[in-house]
Design a protein around this ligand. Structure first.
Ligand SMILES: Nc1ncnc2c1ncn2[C@@H]1O[C@H](COP(=O)(O)OP(=O)(O)O)[C@@H](O)[C@H]1O
Ligand SMILES: [Mg+2]
Length: 217
């Protein structure tokens, strides 16, 4: 088992067992699965968990959050995989001339999962790369996270639901306690913040906890 770039979690993942199982199920039937949902919903955390548990022997996890141009996606992934370095190098360090071959060289021909996180800024670039990689390698599967689908025919889309009320309350309570030990948290007030339809507000509170929620993003 080799897991490249899958971070260790800073805190427990709450209430996502069913979603993990659903995405794992889709990954058995589809070559590309995109976890879709609004910002802060937990797509990246879910992708970490699926990547860590993946049945593929080799997993590469590549965050695309810093990539701003579609044209740069392949080069970014190649660089994250170390394509062009050492024995995987295309032609004596000229991997940048053809990042797709460099990536394919690193991925090899065995069962591999490539996770591309935060594709929303570069959907066209990510879609083009995924299509090129899937058509060139039989045993590759791709897991993507994005606010919108990549639009590929090989793709299954998993719309990540909001956390249930109990889980939202637990998450907000945990993060508040981590940020401020001993803080008083009246259950009614926390529940009010996390009621269905207030998901954005609740996530906003979780993410606003200084140094607590933000660390795992
Ligand atoms: N189920 C969960 N259990 C614990 N923390 C969570 C959960 N879902 C989201 N978070 C936390 O909420 C924040 C946003 O999650 P993230 O996965 O980055 O969302 P997205 O990728 O959809 O924008 C992060 O700090 C993350 O650790
Ligand atoms: Mg994300």
């Amino acid at each position: 088992m080799v897991r490249h770039g899958v971070p260790h979690e800073p805190n427990p993942l709450l209430g996502r067992e069913e979603d993990i199982a659903a995405v794992e199920h889709l990954l058995r039937s589809f070559r590309a699965v995109t976890v879709v949902g609004s910002g802060g919903l937990g797509k990246t955390r879910l992708a970490h968990a699926v990547s860590r548990r993946a049945e593929q022997r080799v997993v590469h996890f590549v965050p695309l959050v810093g990539v701003t141009a579609d044209e740069d996606v392949a080069a970014e992934v190649a660089s994250a995989l170390g394509a062009g370095e050492g024995r995987h190098g295309a032609v004596s360090g000229h991997a940048s001339a053809d990042p797709v071959s460099g990536i394919l060289g690193v991925l090899g021909s065995g069962p591999t999962l490539l996770a591309l996180d935060n594709c929303e800024h570069v959907i066209r670039g990510a879609a083009g790369l995924v299509q090129a990689l899937l058509s060139a390698s039989k045993d590759l599967r791709v897991l993507a996270t994005s606010r919108a689908p990549l639009g590929l025919t090989s793709e299954a889309v998993y719309a990540l639901p909001e956390l249930g009320l109990d889980t939202s309350v637990e998450l907000l309570t945990q993060r508040a306690r981590a940020a401020r030990p001993g803080v008083q948290l009246p259950p009614d007030a926390v529940g009010g913040l996390c009621r269905p339809g207030t998901g954005d507000r609740c996530r906003g509170h979780v993410q606003a906890q200084p140094g607590a929620a933000g660390r795992g993003a």
